[in-house]
Design a protein around this ligand. Structure first.
Ligand code: ADP
Length: 367
């Protein structure tokens, strides 16, 4: 006798989402079960297409169903796991009670204690990388004092377009992007004062036709200025990613950025260590800035560590040439580090969203 769908569902109650710590049935992630002879097919809906635990969940599912078959005296079934993903929406509440981007499920702010540590590099690659996993992603270059979006995304010759009073985002590299760099002379942006910065950022965020997005990645100006304050009052931030290089002086600045987000009531999703190490042509790894410094800082502060990026010529050339997807073709180590950062960030977002309201919105992506 093959297992029944009920017996399989009961077995799935023993399989936990490793990040969230609850079983898949309770979490509503088991979507269907079908049995055809010795073939058992289960449909599992993940909370992100970039789920880093996919293989573990598949293995645990196969083991749980095999164990159920053994204890029922049934023939060992062939188990097929079909994954889909539905990104959970984080808490809708904003400080003034109104969410101007209700179709955006999660807003991820990317900040850094100071300029030049690779905040824009991480933001762009996080956005493009999440989209490579199958998510719908927006990138907002909110670094109004030094926007690098036009260069990093290759937008120099792309015209801006609007519909009525709304800007249309640039659809490039699998994401929807908007940057202040395409709207004003970047040299003038440098002298903007607080209230103007506040207004410009607000317009950029809310007067862009983003449509429905799983993730909106917001590249913030470095430091602890007005824009993070505006952002946290304007949009429901799921959390902030802090980019830091390994040196001690960079960590001190990063700590200040962490404290600022904490004061604003924005959860910290974790820390990315950029320029962590360098691999020379001789294949030897050089820890130029003292690899692991930002990771230790994250540990000491009790923050998740989201991953590291090496100093890599291709990261710089693909940024300068506006071809971020080329980073995944550059070399397997770099591609794996980029994917890990995207997956770890997505996992933290899922956890943050699950601790808010348990809502299941509409768009599904297969993966
Ligand atoms: P920030 O946004 O913090 O000011 P950027 O992301 O603009 O920093 O990076 C500054 C410069 O350093 C850019 O030219 C970028 O291409 C380069 N860069 C950043 N991270 C790396 C890296 N890991 N390897 C090589 N070049 C990098």
């Amino acid at each position: 006798m093959p297992l029944t769908a009920e017996q399989i569902t009961a077995a799935m109650r023993t399989v936990k989402d490793p990040d969230i710590g609850k079983d898949l049935v309770t979490l509503g992630m088991l979507k269907d079960v079908s049995v055809a002879g010795d073939d058992v097919t289960v449909g599992i809906e993940l909370t992100t297409p970039a789920c880093p635990m996919k293989d573990k969940i598949r293995g645990d599912t196969e083991a749980a169903i095999a164990a159920a078959a053994r204890s029922a005296g049934a023939a060992p079934p062939r188990v097929h796991v079909n994954f889909t993903a539905d990104v959970r929406k984080a808490n809708d509440k904003v400080k003034d009670g109104h969410n101007p981007l209700p179709l955006v499920r999660n807003v991820i702010a990317v900040g850094a204690g100071k300029g030049g540590v690779g905040k824009s590099t991480v933001s762009v690659n996080l956005a493009v990388g999440l989209a490579r996993f199958g998510a719908s992603v927006g990138y907002l270059d909110g670094d109004i004092y030094g926007p690098s979006g036009p260069t990093m995304l290759g937008l120099d010759d792309v015209p801006t377009a609007a519909r009525g009073s709304m800007l249309l985002p640039f659809e490039v590299h699998g994401i929807k992007a908007m940057t202040i760099g395409k709207l004003v002379d970047p040299d003038k942006a440098l002298v903007w004062r607080g209230p103007m910065a506040h207004g410009a950022f607000k317009q950029l965020a809310t007067q862009t036709e983003w449509g429905a997005l799983d993730y909106l990645v917001v590249d913030l100006p470095p430091g602890t200025g007005d824009v993070p304050l505006t952002l946290s009052q304007l949009l429901p931030l799921t959390g902030a990613v802090i980019v830091c290089t390994p040196q001690r002086v960079a960590q001190d600045d990063a700590r200040r950025a962490v404290r600022m987000f904490e004061q604003l009531g924005v959860p910290i999703l974790g820390v990315v260590e950029n320029m962590s190490y360098f691999i020379g042509n001789d294949g030897v790894t050089y820890d130029i800035f003292g690899r692991g410094g930002a990771e230790v800082m994250a540990q000491v502060m009790g923050l998740p560590f989201l991953g590291r990026l090496p100093i890599h010529m291709k990261l710089r050339t693909n940024s300068d040439e506006g071809t971020p997807l080329g980073n995944w073709d550059a070399d397997p180590t770099l591609a794996a580090e980029l994917d890990a950062i995207c997956q770890n960030t997505a996992a933290q977002v899922s956890m943050a969203a699950m601790h808010g309201r348990l809502q299941m919105p509409t768009i599904s992506v297969t993966g």
